[in-house]
Design a protein around this ligand. Structure first.
Ligand SMILES: NC(=O)c1ccc[n+]([C@@H]2O[C@H](COP(=O)([O-])OP(=O)(O)OC[C@H]3O[C@@H](n4cnc5c(N)ncnc54)[C@H](O)[C@@H]3O)[C@@H](O)[C@H]2O)c1
Length: 343
């Protein structure tokens, strides 16, 4: 049995507890929130009558001595939570983003390494069937190597709460999913970025609701991202809307259920190379999916088998480096080099 203390009982904790109760060999032994009523409400809702409730993570860890911490707090509190978890010799699974600054990200990954604990991030939008299918299809070479990746993200939610106050809200709080998916789909090695942020007149965020970025993903591959968190109308999927251009064809995915590819065929139609549809194969049984549940299962398996999970912090920090590179570029107005070793 893996005993877990969950810290941060806000909106997102529901997704974690829904997933956790589907895993028999996992027990929630503590619930922590600055607001004790929230922790108590979750305990009641999920019938966790035996769980210790508290407002101070250190105190609850001292009392319960769990194997792992589930960190579902706001990004600004992540470093403190992570260091406390590792100081108590706990494995740590954390919500995205891994950290709120490059320094904090490096400090957390370093602390995990020094503690010798499993540290992983819920980067759940790569645990999506069509993201896995795209990666396999591109790896198969059916349309040649990818040369450019394009993602649009236009979703306009009224969350309230910390997002409306934080800086670089789109890049730091949401774009990490899209950047991570792009890096994964083409096995990219981010090398540089140019980015601009802007605040539309109708924005209800303090700063950074909208951004456009161009990344160099290595190997001559470009990734363009255009996104807004206050552009109402023609809403895209939460996964974004994608076009991937390759040497011998292209692929489009609407982020919902339309995933199509065309490959270049012999001959021309006037000015244009002929193309024909080509099937993107279904999900491979070996592909790991399932969002939060899939990631939590992989995390538990990694603890039990002494292996490293796919979304380990030491790798996820490379996706986060895309975010911080984009932020730096937006702030300075210059292209920013993304360090090869993000750690
Ligand atoms: N993976 C996803 O798809 C996804 C979706 C939404 C949010 N998130 C992430 O989940 C995290 C939480 O978001 P949310 O929407 O639940 O926020 P929220 O504000 O609803 O909840 C956060 C909770 O953490 C508590 N908290 C803050 N600092 C704390 C501390 N030091 N100790 C104990 N409790 C503390 C707050 O009191 C609050 O109850 C964020 O990092 C967010 O980016 C991920």
């Amino acid at each position: 049995m893996v005993n877990v203390v969950l810290v941060g009982c806000g909106a997102m904790s529901k997704a974690w507890l829904d997933a956790a109760r589907q895993i028999d060999r996992l027990a929630i032994v503590g619930l922590v929130d600055l607001d004790a009523d929230r922790a108590r409400a979750r305990a009641h809702e999920y019938d966790l009558t035996g769980a210790v409730i508290g407002t101070d993570l250190d105190a609850v860890l001292d009392q319960t001595r769990p194997d792992a911490v589930f960190d579902v707090v706001v990004p600004a509190a992540r470093r403190q939570v992570a260091l406390s978890a590792f100081a108590h010799h706990c494995h740590l699974l954390t919500e995205k983003p891994l950290a709120d600054t490059p320094e904090n990200a490096r400090a957390i990954v370093k602390a995990a390494r020094q503690a010798g604990r499993v540290h992983a991030v819920v980067q759940n939008r790569r645990y999506v069937a069509d993201v896995r299918r795209i990666r396999r299809f591109l790896d198969s070479g059916a349309i040649g190597a990818a040369t450019s990746i394009h993602a649009d993200f236009f979703v306009a939610p009224h969350f309230g709460g910390f997002r409306e106050e934080m800086a670089h809200v789109l890049l730091l709080d949401m774009a990490i999913h899209t950047f991570d998916a792009a890096r994964y789909m083409v096995a990219g090695e981010p090398a540089g970025v140019y980015c601009q942020e802007w605040e539309p007149a109708n924005s209800w965020y303090r700063q950074g609701s909208s951004a456009s970025a161009v990344f160099d993903l290595g190997g001559g591959r470009l990734f363009t991202y255009a996104g807004s968190w206050c552009g109402a109308g023609f809403r895209t999927s939460w996964e974004g809307s994608w076009r991937i251009v390759a040497e011998r064809g292209s692929l489009i995915w609407d982020g919902h259920d339309v995933l199509q590819a065309e490959v270049v065929a012999p001959g021309r139609d006037g000015l244009f190379d002929k193309t024909q549809p080509i099937e993107v194969p279904p999900l491979d049984p070996a592909d790991r999916v399932g969002g939060h549940l899939g990631i939590i299962q992989d995390f538990i398996r990694a603890i039990e088998t002494g292996t490293e999970p796919e979304t380990r912090g030491a790798d996820n920090i490379k996706s986060l480096a895309m975010v911080f590179g984009a932020i730096e570029s937006a702030e300075t107005g210059r292209r920013v080099t993304i360090a090869e070793d993000a750690q």
